[in-house]
Write a protein that binds this ligand. Structure first.
Ligand code: ATP
Ligand code: MG
Length: 359
């Protein structure tokens, strides 16, 4: 943040529908901030397919350098499958950023919104997914590529759980619970993956002792999937390792209505990045019909994350105003085609901006 209380936020539009939805989120956040008396400098950075054309790489060094000088970023989707040969599909630029800056927590809320048909209208959960290790071999910093084949007919995968990484995601979850309903559910599979997810459960339990005001319970991941469908309203914050968190957050997102409205932030203790849960949607790119709700909601989460860290009530007010304006717009029946409506990206965004201007 600059000395006058203004914020600087790095912006990477990305591929596919990114150049349509990310500017919508920037416009909405900018308007909400202005109403709260906050100025935001949006710093656009080369990223994705366009950066391949201009800089010869989807994630240029100058972008990484600029990111390290900023604490808050908005990341559009990338479509690395469409990159020219030579830019390996296994190089996901978002993953490069997450690793480089050790964004160890992926926070994904799932809450049903009026105006959006939901399988589980009572759901209101926050999934705190460990983002740096666990059973995701290709993200595994400790062992490099964690999958290998000792013979052509045998494939192995290594899962890594460390005390340090578990402590920090658990602390994130318990802190978040204090601002919500004060309940954390630890998800593991300690009856089978005894050592790895057993350690995860045990360290989360140890961290829980520091938060006596937060209620804690735990579930095996399979039982958790069933319970999320059967009684979603009984959960508040869910903390889990990487692979389980990936799967459960898609499940929760769909139960809440649609992945197209699922927001998330990736964060460390000092930095945060807004990123929608969905991808680049190349099938509808350039048509002006993409749903901007997920990236708008992610940007509101980004501001709230900053407000929590700094105690800035004005930034929190801006974040609340964004969420209220989106909820009001959806509740009025204005929505894009993926939600069964007829609004364009621009039309939806105009309605949200009008609500911010008059509320
Ligand atoms: P990735 O591998 O990057 O996660 P994906 O293959 O899972 O991508 P998405 O890009 O998320 O797929 O798209 C899945 C489907 O959802 C597509 O039909 C796409 O058009 C639709 N979709 C995704 N995001 C949106 C959005 N914001 N608005 C409307 N439709 C969307
Ligand atoms: Mg996907």
């Amino acid at each position: 943040a600059s000395s006058d209380g203004g914020l600087q936020i790095g912006v990477m539009n990305g591929d596919g529908i990114g150049p349509e939805i990310v500017p919508a989120a920037v416009a909405v956040a900018d308007a909400a901030a202005a109403r709260a008396g906050i100025r935001i400098d949006w710093v656009e950075l080369p990223f994705g397919a366009r950066a391949i054309e201009s800089h010869g790489t989807p994630i240029p060094d100058e972008t990484l350098e600029a990111l390290s000088g900023l604490d808050l970023w908005v990341l559009g989707p990338h479509d690395s499958a469409a990159y020219p040969a030579g830019f390996a599909a296994d190089l996901t630029p978002g993953g490069v950023i997450r690793k480089r800056f050790d964004l160890f927590a992926n926070l994904r809320p799932a809450r049903a919104l009026p105006g959006v048909a939901a399988t589980a209208p009572g759901i209101d959960v926050l999934i705190a997914r460990e983002n740096s290790e666990g059973l995701y071999a290709d993200r595994n910093m400790a062992v490099g590529s964690g999958e290998f084949m000792p013979t052509p007919d045998v494939a192995l995968s290594v899962g890594v759980i460390t005390r340090a990484a578990t402590e920090r995601i658990a602390a994130e979850a318990f802190r978040a619970a204090r601002g919500r309903s004060g309940h954390v559910t630890i998800v593991h599979k300690a009856n089978v993956l005894r050592l790895t997810t057993g350690l995860f459960r045990d360290v989360c339990r140890e961290v829980a002792v520091r938060y006596p005001d937060v209620r804690v319970d735990d579930f095996h991941v399979d039982a958790m999937a069933a319970m999320l469908v059967r009684r979603p309203e009984q959960f508040d914050v869910v903390v889990t390792e990487n692979l389980f968190g990936d799967i459960l957050s898609d499940l929760a997102g769909e139960l809440a209505g649609s992945l197209g409205i699922a927001a998330s932030v990736n964060c460390s203790s000092s930095r945060a990045m807004a990123q929608a849960a969905h991808g680049a949607a190349p099938d509808i790119a350039g048509q002006g019909i993409a749903n901007p709700v997920a990236i708008i909601g992610s940007t509101a989460m980004l501001l709230r994350w900053y407000a929590d860290r700094t105690g800035r009530a004005d930034v929190r007010a801006a974040a609340d105003r964004i969420d209220t304006a989106v909820a009001t717009t959806l509740a009025a029946g204005v929505c894009t085609r993926d939600l069964g409506g007829v609004a364009t990206t621009a039309g939806f965004t105009e309605r949200v901006l009008a609500d911010i201007a008059t509320s």
